[in-house]
Write a protein that binds this ligand. Sequence first.
Ligand code: GLY
Length: 336
Amino acid sequence: MAALQRRTFFKLGLAGAALSLFRPAKAGEILSDYSSVETGETVFSPIVISTWNHGIAANAGAWEVLQNGGKSIDAVEKGVMVTESDLTNRSVGIGGMPDRDGHVTLDACIMDEKSRCGSVAFLEGIAHPISVARAVMDTTLHVMIVGAGAKKFALDRGFETIKTPIPEVKAEWKKWRKEHKDEYTKPEINHENHDTIGMLAMDKFGNISGACTTSGWAYKMHGRVGDSPIIGAGLFVDNEIGGAVATGLGEAIIRIAGSHTVVELMRQGFTPQEACKMAVDRILSKHTDLTNLQCCFLAIDKKGNVGSYSVYNGFNYALKTAKAEKMVDAEFNRSW
Ligand code: GLY
């Protein structure tokens, strides 16, 4: 996959530097990468990436913040809120699939450039778990709250409530329940379910933040929590190095602290692409049964290089910059 190579201010040379200095920056204007403006401020070209096709609309939400000179933490929250609100999405937010007992339990986490983070898990009936996670980060001494405690926290702070599952999802679940009365099934994650949205953004200050939100594995056991709200598994950001998000079978991703592993590999000098592949290789080395074991990583480094890799084919991500808006197919280890 083509990495996004960006040039530095220093590579512009004296002529480029003079041009930059003589060209006043307008508020919110996207300048070339690492450009110097008349204030002496260094301005980066913002970039946002997110998992799956639903990432296109989510990126557009994030872009509204980034193009106006906003911070990456605000961008990723606004971005994934778009997906959480999408009634047609069966793996994130309001339209999400329930667990085997008919409860839609939501998981989300968020992390900023200062390594501040917040997370909620096993949260029911709240429209925007990502904003509750943000409130945990911004207003409490804690990182993670779950279940009834997370619900009380959200209600006390006036977060919007929702009734889930929505009627069409409830009808689907009732049918499934009748057919699978006593069994624990193993649905194909990421093949028929499109799973989590994980988003990473770099703002004009060069700061990276990330967000991750999901309704998790459809028809999971009641109480099951996947990788998505676990800092280091579904999401990890270290602003000195970069950030990573994961999507796919949460149990396998947690086992290798997936997103943290990707960032630490980038710290060792591997590209985002190499780091994502090495994390997938590690997952493969820990499992003998690879049936339905879809796991995918998406990462960005401090220079704006992007990489992704998955166990099976079919994973893609959405990318938006000032110059490009596209879906990119990830490289993979094997075909279904
Ligand atoms: N990756 C989402 C989950 O396993 O719940």
